[in-house]
Design a protein around this ligand. Sequence first.
Ligand code: FES
Length: 248
Amino acid sequence: MTRTYILKIYRGQPGRQYWEEFELELKPHANLISSLMEIQRNPVNRQGEHVPPVAYESGCLEEVCGSCSMLVNGKPRQACTALIEPLLAESNVITVAPFTKFPLVRDLMVDRTSMFDNLKKVSAWVDADSSHDAGFGPKISQETQEKMYHLSQCMTCGCCVEACPQVNSQSPFMGPAVIGQVQLFNLHPVAGMQKAKRIEKMMHKGGVSGCGNAQNCVRVCPKKIPLTDAIAAVGRSATIQAIKELFG
Ligand code: FES
């Protein structure tokens, strides 16, 4: 016998959001993106009404680009790796909603530009002059490489920002992801030459002192990035820099 389930989607535009339910057939190995694609092909809601297709974002379909991030049964995660069957373990209804910490575009689509703007603010890159061959850079120890590897897995998906209570409309806090990237580039021997500049940004409004130690970020990060360790390391660097500045 065919089993069906309900996809309950919080959709609409800013200021006009509403829940809409779709009944779908449970297919083997289906994930949330394939279910949303099915709705796109046949946008008929549970009442049998033909409705506009649900807007959502996706790219890599393998949890690398972060674009399909949304709230699935209230938890921030990627829709492409959210398999339908395990989600039905407790209820026949799966709720899906857009992130709340970013401006809503439509339905499940949000605008994550703020995260990328924050990465620009902290110079989250390796400054490389490609106009001449600079040769090999300094060697990076195995221990540092391992720390950098974890941090480099960040896909700017926004799950940590969504889960952080310190990121809200009343606070300029940049959020955990950007602090993780500050630590990543500070560890790099070439990018680390800009460490003081990056830490300076972290010492001011929106910087590392905005963290309230809720630790939600590490709980929800799909890549298990040690964000709280990175926040602690950046916090220590900020304190050292502040003391150095104080004593000239
Ligand atoms: S589509 Fe890229 S992470 Fe899901």
